[in-house]
Design a protein around this ligand. Structure first.
Ligand SMILES: Cc1cc2nc3c(=O)[nH]c(=O)nc-3n(C[C@H](O)[C@H](O)[C@H](O)COP(=O)(O)O)c2cc1C
Length: 448
């Protein structure tokens, strides 16, 4: 059967494409009705619905949302809700669409979630480059305040909430939740050592929950239909729908909301219109640049967080990048690693130094000047950042950014090792001219 989208979070923008972002369209399509319902419930009961739904965070790690909320220590106030709208993972573009095209769904989700965790102040940290999303949200927040959905005594319930909109400055690391909190407090965005975890001492050292935009936008649907009903959607421990940002060599790239449990093939062929120019999939990245890769033979793997986890990869941020038969995996790996090297904040030595070394070695192999030992050297560096090469799930660093840079390398080794080794044989030009990269800084100080 052909896969169709299941529209919960994307329904309003689909039904009212011209004005889905306005208060008028939102009210005409039921926005804030669930907030009214939630405010009549006890906060603990709202939390319970979210727990029952099985919702897992859509930001990357897939941690159960209700469980995360329950880590807040009882009786400790104030506590904060921080929405991670940084969306820096390469090829991920779902949160931006959710903010630009349906800001009231997000605001309603934030209001219900803040009520559930008994917080009176929430923050939305928007990536600096997303100027339009910021402006749409700013307007929507003002409209929500004017309608009494935010502010003092919301809808006569006695509950107060304000939402502070904060613009980041466009650093990938500021999507990592503790670096985000540092940045929000006005400091340089660098990850914090845990413990303490944000639930105990987060923003301004107060108990804090950090959740992704899509996670928040899902909450009104869960409370609206009931957690148990929501849990019927999806498969196993991957309940509900997710929005996948599909990109690369597909005929119809874009955001697609599907019930979890469909396969990568369904997503790529049925919704993405198949590979461009009638080509075939050589490899694909299943969950954002941080994930290890899969190849053609994995196309029938289900979109199920635990099933993909068994293959050492992740659904991560929900970004699926497709590469056809003519793609050079080495070029892709180099480009991805260059990104991580550029975005390393420099706090941890293995990441600060290692990502730069990886990038330079990949660059010289790509330019025909690799050395026979280069792939093993890359794996050795990788093992020092992500022990056991289990990237991005093991680390010698504070956060998983460094380990993420190891994912493309492990993937090259797993699926394309012979090709890479063949390309590491010195060319005649290299032999005649010596190491063409030495002296121009590209040997990175390695193997002098
Ligand atoms: C380097 C790095 C970048 C990240 N960027 C984002 C991001 O842009 N958006 C996001 O929601 N989570 C991002 N995360 C994950 C967050 O740290 C955190 O797990 C997430 O916001 C929690 O929300 P959730 O439980 O709703 O998924 C990033 C993590 C790392 C290590």
């Amino acid at each position: 059967m052909t896969l169709q989208e299941t529209r919960l979070l994307t329904k309003r923008m689909n039904d009212r494409p011209a004005d889905s972002w306005t208060m008028e369209a939102a009210l005409a399509t039921g926005a804030y009705e669930t907030l009214r319902t939630a405010l009549r419930m006890k906060p603990a009961d709202v939390q319970e619905e979210v727990k029952t739904s099985g919702l897992r965070g859509r930001g990357g790690a897939g941690f159960p949302t209700g469980t995360k909320w329950s880590f807040l220590p009882a009786g400790l106030y104030p506590r904060y809700l921080v929405v991670n709208a940084d969306e820096g993972e390469p090829s991920t573009f779902k949160d931006r669409e959710l903010m630009e095209r349906d800001p009231h769904q997000l605001i309603e989700g934030v209001a219900i979630s803040a009520y559930a965790i008994e917080s009176n102040t929430a923050f939305i940290y928007v990536r600096g480059e997303m100027a339009h999303a910021h402006d749409v949200l700013e307007r929507a927040l003002a409209d929500a305040r004017a309608q009494g959905f935010l502010g003092q005594n919301i809808l006569g319930s006695g509950y107060d909430l304000d939402i502070v909109l904060h613009r980041g400055a466009g650093a990938y690391i500021c999507g990592e939740e503790t670096a985000l909190l540092e940045s929000l407090e006005g400091r340089r965005g660098m990850p914090r050592i845990r413990p303490p975890f944000p639930a105990i001492a987060g923003l301004y050292a107060k108990p804090t929950v950090v959740n992704n935009v899509e996670t928040m936008a899902t909450v009104p649907h869960i409370v609206g239909m009931g957690g148990a009903e929501y849990a019927k959607l999806g498969v196993n421990r991957s309940t509900g729908t997710r929005i996948f940002s599909l990109s690369g060599h597909v005929n119809r790239p874009g955001n697609y909301e599907v019930e979890l449990g469909a396969t990568f093939r369904d997503l790529i062929d049925d919704l993405g219109g198949g590979v461009t120019n009638g080509g075939t999939v050589k490899f694909f990245i299943p969950g954002g640049a941080s994930s290890q890769w899969l190849v053609n033979e994995h196309l029938d793997v289900p979109l199920d967080m635990d099933e993909v986890g068994k293959l050492g990869v992740m659904l991560g941020s929900g970004a699926v990048m497709v590469f056809d038969q003519d793609t050079d995996p080495l070029a892709v790996a180099w480009r991805l690693v260059k990104f991580f090297a550029h975005e390393s904040c420099g706090k941890c030595t293995p990441c600060r130094e290692g990502t730069g070394w990886e990038e330079k070695i990949l660059y010289r192999i790509l330019h025909g000047q690799g050395r026979p030992s280069d792939l093993d050297l890359l794996l050795d560096i990788g093992d020092n950042i992500s022990p056991g090469l289990n990237a991005p799930f093991s680390q010698t660093t504070i956060c998983p950014l460094g380990p993420s840079s190891v994912s493309p390398i492990v993937s090259l080794n797993k699926y394309f090792r012979d090709d890479i080794i063949a390309r590491c044989t010195p060319s005649l030009v290299t032999m005649l001219t010596g190491n063409g990269l030495a002296g121009n800084g590209l040997d990175g100080g390695l193997h002098r």
